[in-house]
Write a protein that binds this ligand. Structure first.
Ligand code: DX5
Ligand code: ZN
Length: 218
C-alpha cells in the first residue's frame, strides 16, 4: 500500500494532487501531526485532516508526533478504514490510545523511533493492528535512512509472526526511495510512506507507477 506524505504535497495544487491519487488507486493519505515539542517542527493538524476527509475518498493515515496523544485523538476526524499511529515514546497510556482509536472503528498502529527497540512492543502485540517504523528521526522530510532500519523491520515482522499476528501490518516512514523501498519490502514492510524521496518530485503519476513496478513488481 502507498501512503503519500501530505506535508510534502503542494498546498497550491492540493485538489489536483489528491485527484491524481484517487485516480491511481492510492490506498492511504499520510498526515504528519507535530507539536513542536515531541517533534522539532510543526506540520499538519485537525483542520487539514477534516478538509481531506470531506473532499477526498482515500482513507487517512494519521501519524501523531505529539506529546500526550490521548488528549488529541478525539479531535481528529477518524472513521472506519483509517489508520492512527501513536509513538510509544510519546505516552504512558498506549493502551488508552489504542482503545480510543479502535472505538472509532479505525486501526491502531504503534510507532517506533529509530533508537527505540522492538522490545517496546512486547505488551501490545495482541492489541495493535500494525507497527510504523521510522527510518529517520521525526520532524523533517528529505533525511537519509538511518542504519539498522532494514534489520528492525525484519525483527518486527518476526515478533509479530511469533505472536500469531501475521495479520498485523508494517509501515515505514522516512526516505522511502525506490532503492530503499525494495529492501524494506524484502524485510517485511507492506505500507510505504512516500515523501520527497520517491513521490513529490516531478510527475506524480509516473512516480507512482515507477514505485509500484520496481517495489511490488506490478
Ligand atoms: C518525517 C515525516 C515523513 C517524511 C517522509 O518526520 O514523517 O513523512 O515527510 O518523506 P521523505 O521521503 O522526504 O523522507
Ligand atoms: Zn509520518
Amino acid at each position: 500500500k502507498l501512503s503519500p506524505s501530505m506535508m510534502c504535497a503542494s498546498f497550491f495544487e492540493l485538489a489536483a494532487q489528491t485527484a491524481t491519487f484517487e485516480k491511481n488507486g492510492i490506498e492511504l493519505l499520510h498526515i504528519d501531526v507535530m507539536d513542536g515539542s515531541f517533534a522539532p517542527n510543526f506540520a499538519l493538524g485537525v483542520d487539514f485532516a477534516r478538509q481531506l476527509k470531506k473532499n477526498c475518498s482515500i482513507p487517512l493515515d494519521i501519524h501523531l508526533m505529539v506529546r500526550e496523544p490521548e488528549r488529541h485523538i478525539p479531535s481528529f476526524p477518524i472513521a472506519e478504514g483509517d489508520i492512527v499511529s501513536v509513538h510509544i515514546e510519546s505516552t504512558d497510556k498506549p493502551r488508552e490510545c489504542i482503545e480510543a482509536i479502535k472505538s472509532r472503528g479505525a486501526r491502531a498502529f504503534i510507532v517506533l523511533n529509530p533508537e527505540t527497540p522492538t522490545s517496546a512492543l512486547s505488551d501490545l502485540l495482541q492489541i495493535i493492528d500494525g507497527v510504523l517504523i521510522m527510518a529517520v528521526n521525526p520532524g523533517f522530510a528529505g533525511q537519509k535512512m538511518l542504519p539498522g532500519t532494514i534489520e528492525k523491520i525484519a525483527e518486527t515482522r518476526r515478533l509479530l509472526d511469533e505472536a500469531g499476528r501475521e495479520d498485523a501490518e508494517i509501515e515505514v516512514d522516512g526516505n522511502v526511495s525506490i532503492e530503499n523501498g525494495i529492501r524494506m519490502r524484502g524485510a517485511g514492510a507492506n505500507i510505504f510512506v512516500l515523501g520527497t524521496a520517491a513521490l513529490f518530485r516531478g510527475d506524480l503519476e509516473a512516480n507512482i507507477h515507477a514505485f509500484r513496478d520496481e517495489v511490488f513488481g506490478s
